[in-house]
Design a protein around this ligand. Structure first.
Ligand code: FES
Length: 569
């Protein structure tokens, strides 16, 4: 028995440490593993790695110890050996300059630790915004059988008779505070009531969008995306993920068989139907790039035109993720979208999407998930814009924007950096009117701020106080999936590489037409050439460490802000 185990190239015998003697390497590995108290019988089982992204700097993952125990239970029950390992965690609000800068670092960590350590399959435990894309990117590149286990959403809370949930309500109350309608005492009290359980933000923000995408892609178990973090079903899902990983260790289905051009299109359809986050387009482009698939913004527009919005969730609607779970979850959305989906895509459950939907229970709450024939809106929530201001594209979440601002020409009020914005936006002397376009430069991937969620520029205080709630805002930054407003994002090429956005000046005219999918800087070509000749990069290149690696290799938004050397070519 023991000799057979030593001859196998799976389980603990995978990827032996090089000592020049394979027999010695395995003997030493088993010996050291036994120092942890494992029996020989357990060490001969298929190994399921559990990539655990818990951290005291990540509130969304605070229930992971319990979740990981449930995964281990499932692995053991199915005859595998569960071995958890830590990876980088990215707690959205705890990282500077922004978690986005470190998504690729986490993806590299996940990929390399899956590849370097002896495991036959892996359960990826993540949830907060960047962690799921990082895990899926890493797993796609490592291409070992993988099950994505999601953190699950927070529960909404109740405050003075009102339901509250992170983080759409965080922004709503802060805007009221800025406008002088909620005092300091009030905002202090609200601070303690916005996020009160473990799990990811309670609305259809980036984390919920990525959870929905993980299920739609087929990388998370059917029915798992919307289960609340604190619900017993979440633990049962963890156990089932562990069990399923053992089956995948024995009969492998690799991520590259699941993440394909077709399943990525399915994921985009779901993203549009749920009114999901703009960030998810960037992350999906990065995940797709790891299997050699391009996500085209022009194709996104075609899909958006033919995919109705079906889910009524904040920030664009009324409900929370826990309501979506009770209403039938992402399975109910997939069932409605069935005529638009590629049903032959394989899933981690070992059956095709068609097979998944045949098994899916028929219950659906129509208050939350509308029928395909009676959608909330006939078109998808996202639209890509092109034009002289954004030759390679920009994104607008039209479902979260004010349609009255969609066909407009306006005067540019330009902020040259985030510091400039912070210094001047509330200056009573700022020359700004409600129908101006606010423009933020140098907040893209190579700006030194690493494309933060700063695209939701605050309404200048003097306008906010007069009741102005929305203005056209344009930048190369991202926006939180929980935010709302007429916000044009991800302008590419970005200002920090000398894109046309860098050349906009105060008083220039900009034309926005959502109908025509256009965003134009109305400045004569000769003047643009003159400005371009005088342009200088906004920051000096970093000279060392990860910041240097990031700056030298990060791609633009339409390529997912991945590193050039990590995409599959
Ligand atoms: Fe983690 Fe929102 S802060 S999902």
């Amino acid at each position: 028995m023991r000799r057979m185990a030593r001859q196998k190239k799976d389980g603990l015998a995978r990827g032996l440490t090089h000592y020049g003697d394979a027999g010695f390497s395995l003997y030493l590995r088993r010996s050291f593993a036994k120092s942890m108290g494992y029996s020989g019988e357990l060490l001969g089982r298929p190994v399921v790695g559990i990539a655990d992204s818990r951290s005291a700097f990540n509130n969304c993952h605070r229930h992971f110890p319990e979740l990981v125990e449930a995964v281990k239970r499932g692995v053991l029950a199915a005859g595998g050996l569960p071995l958890e390992f830590p990876t980088i965690s990215l707690g959205e609000v705890f990282l500077s300059p922004t978690s986005m800068m470190f998504r690729n670092l986490m993806a590299m960590d996940v990929e390399e630790m899956i590849r370097a350590q002896p495991m036959d399959a892996v359960v990826l435990v993540g949830g907060c915004d960047k962690t799921v894309p990082a895990q899926l990117m890493g797993a796609a590149s490592a291409d070992l059988p993988a099950v994505q286990l999601l953190a699950g959403p927070m529960m909404p809370t109740s405050f003075r008779g009102e339901r509250l949930g992170a983080c759409t309500d965080c922004r709503r109350f802060w805007a009221l505070h800025r406008a002088g309608k909620v005092d300091q005492e009030g905002i202090d009290e609200i601070e303690g009531n916005l996020a009160t359980t473990s799990g990811t933000c309670a609305v259809m923000g980036t984390a919920s969008s990525m959870a929905s995408i993980a299920e739609a892609l087929g990388m998370a178990l059917p029915g798992s995306a919307a289960i609340p973090a604190v619900h017993a079903d979440r633990l049962r899902c963890a156990e089932a993920s562990g069990r399923r990983a053992v089956e995948l260790a024995k009969t492998p289905i690799q991520p590259s068989q699941i993440i394909t051009e077709k399943s990525i299109e399915n994921a985009l359809r779901v993203l549009l139907a749920i009114g999901g986050s703009t960030n998810a387009v960037v992350h999906l482009a990065a995940i797709a790039g790891r299997v050699g698939v391009e996500v085209s913004l022009r194709r996104l527009n075609e899909l958006s035109d033919s995919t109705p919005v079906l889910v009524d969730l904040k920030p664009t609607g009324q409900h929370y993720m826990s309501d979506l779970h009770a209403a039938g979850g992402i399975g109910a959305v997939l069932r409605e979208l069935k005529p638009l989906l590629h049903l032959d895509c394989m899933t981690v459950a070992g059956v095709t999407l068609r097979g998944v939907l045949e098994r899916h229970p028929a219950w659906v709450d129509r208050a939350v998930v509308r029928p395909l024939a009676e959608p909330l809106s006939a078109q998808g929530g996202l639209v890509a814009l092109f034009g002289s201001l954004a030759p390679n594209g920009a994104l607008l979440k039209r479902s979260a924007a004010d349609a009255a601002l969609f066909e407009r020409e306006g005067r540019a009020v330009v902020f040259t950096s985030l510091d400039d914005l912070a210094a001047r936006v509330d200056d009573p002397a700022l020359d700004v009117k409600p129908d101006d376009f606010l423009v933020l430069q140098n907040a893209g991937p190579k700006s030194g701020y690493a494309m933060p969620e700063a695209g939701y520029l605050p309404i200048p205080a003097k306008l906010a106080r007069t009741g102005v709630k929305d203005m056209v805002r344009i930048s190369d930054a991202r926006m939180s999936g929980t935010a709302y407003g007429t916000v044009v994002l991800h302008v590419s090429p970005e200002a920090a590489v000398g894109g046309p956005l860098a050349l906009a000046r105060n008083g220039d005219r900009i034309r926005l037409s959502v109908r025509e999918r256009r965003i134009e800087l109305l400045v004569a070509e000769t003047e643009m050439q003159k400005r371009k000749a005088a342009w200088k990069p906004p920051i000096a290149a970093p000279t060392r460490g990860y910041a240097r690696l990031y700056m030298e290799h990060v791609l633009q938004a339409e390529q997912g802000c991945d590193f050039d050397f990590l995409r599959r070519t």
